[in-house]
Design a protein around this ligand. Structure first.
Ligand code: PA5
Length: 447
């Protein structure tokens, strides 16, 4: 089976090969710390062997819950935020038809999302949609106390109960949360919802291969076994060696750290296929939340080319030179289409008539790579053989492991996120949450 490849040749001229390979010993040390679970945040390393150890009975149970939801629902609402939402959305949107929402005759539910924002219009527009369609939902929260999904679930639970009656509403809700703690766990037990567990030792942004990601992906009709298989094969490759020539995850982690050391502190993940938009969003969370702490870390940004070449392309070509690009290049799209010839040729495009659209996309990609390198932006290229469940599984594990190796290189804990509490404290104080009385008084004076 083909595999994801990393090409760092277009970083030459910015960093030497020696600067990359200088990180090899560090990678070997980090790799040991990850595999032996001895590094920082080692109680959150359950994702490392998850693909190869996933329980067959869990996969079967998810498949059967998904089949039940497929029977009941035209729309399936995934309620969650951050790591409890982005992984599922990244995979589903990478695999699904770009116009799925508008195509009729679907035999699987269309997946929609809630609890990832606090937009009042979003919620009321969602309810008016759900009035008209059969739906079911999953509410996903490891802590079970996150405000955004809790608000969305409170509203949708009421809506479901009004629409179907309490007994049937229970059959249309699956809760994914902690095994023991949290408000959602208690509610699920009290109400009798079917539940799946987010393992204690897997943090949100590393949880796509747990029920957090697998259940929504299965409901959408995609092959979760192939996804897990792709990840398991990448896990197997990672286990063999941490040497940069043998381990693409270590090579990527070493290269981005060498670039960071040379002053390139913004990494832009570039895609050339619109289906990959949410994959980039997932990657931004994974790297931003894992590395951005203790006043350190590469800032992860994302662009969608060629679309953004007509907007952000200007800055990337000629703005401040603190950028490097990581291009996610898909070798072969799933369909073939050629550009037609035209008798009049008024648009002057006959020179590419008969060529595949993807060939034009690839030339745009190569041309952009060289232009940006010439403009002072080093380029790492990740080639993915195609877009399917198996290759996405490879890619997910690749990014997760590289992130852990990279975070340890910065000497931070890549598995916590203490910084996300600050806004919550202020918001609770401003909302007058019980227990925050003093903070409420103080913060109001500052406004
Ligand atoms: O990666 C993370 O840990 C976070 O993004 C969380 O997933 C996110 O804050 C949602 O948390 P919870 O699942 O507890 O609702």
């Amino acid at each position: 089976m083909k595999s994801l490849k990393v090409d760092i040749r277009k970083t030459a001229g910015f960093i030497s090969e020696g600067a990359v390979y200088a990180f090899e010993n560090q990678m070997i040390k980090n790799h040991e710390a990850v595999l032996n679970k001895t590094g920082k945040g080692n109680d959150f390393l359950g994702w490392v062997d998850l693909p190869s150890t996933i329980d067959e009975s869990l996969l079967k149970s998810i498949a059967s819950s998904a089949a039940k939801m497929q029977e009941k629902a035209e729309l399936f609402v995934v309620i969650g935020i951050g790591g409890s939402y982005l992984g599922a959305r990244a995979v589903i949107e990478a695999l699904q038809d770009n116009f799925a929402a508008l195509k009729t005759g679907r035999n699987k539910p269309f997946i929609i999302y809630a609890g990832q924002n606090i937009g009042e219009d979003y919620m009321s527009q969602l309810l008016s949609l759900l009035d008209k369609h059969d739906y079911a939902l999953t509410v996903i929260s490891k802590s079970g106390t996150t405000t955004e999904p809790a608000i969305a679930f409170r509203i949708l639970k009421n809506h479901l109960e009004e629409k179907y009656g309490k007994k049937e509403a229970v059959e249309r809700i699956i809760a994914i949360t902690d095994q023991e703690k949290g408000a959602l766990k208690k509610l699920a037990d009290d109400e009798g919802y079917q539940t799946y567990v987010v393992p204690d030792d897997v943090g949100g942004r590393y949880s796509v291969l747990t029920p957090v990601g697998l259940l929504p992906i299965a409901v959408a009709g995609y092959d979760i076994r192939q996804l897990v298989q792709g990840a398991a094969d990448m896990e197997g490759l990672n286990r063999k060696s941490a040497r940069l020539n043998d381990n693409p995850m270590a090579l990527y982690a070493a290269t981005r750290n060498a670039l960071y050391q040379s002053g390139k502190n913004v990494e832009i993940l570039v895609n050339y296929l619109p289906n990959l938009y949410y994959l980039t969003e997932w990657w931004k969370q994974l790297y931003g939340e894992s590395e951005g702490k203790e006043n350190k870390g590469i800032f992860p940004a994302g662009v969608n080319f060629t679309t953004d070449l007509h907007s952000m392309g200007q800055y990337i070509q000629e703005g401040e030179r603190m950028l490097f690009e990581t291009v996610l290049s898909v070798e072969e799209p799933n369909t073939k289409m050629t550009i037609p010839s035209d008798g009049q040729n008024l648009d002057g495009l006959n020179y590419i008539a008969g060529k595949r659209i993807d060939e034009v996309n690839k030339m745009a990609e190569l041309g952009t790579m060289l232009a940006h390198v010439d403009g002072g932006v080093p380029n790492i290229r990740l080639s993915l053989p195609g877009i399917n469940e198996y290759y996405l599984g490879q890619l997910i594990y690749f990014f997760e492991m590289a992130c852990a190796l990279s975070g340890y290189t910065l000497d931070v804990n890549p598995f916590d996120q203490p910084g996300v509490e600050a806004y919550k404290k202020n918001m609770f104080a401003l909302l007058g949450k019980p227990g925050f009385e003093k903070a409420t008084e103080e913060i109001r004076k500052r406004l």
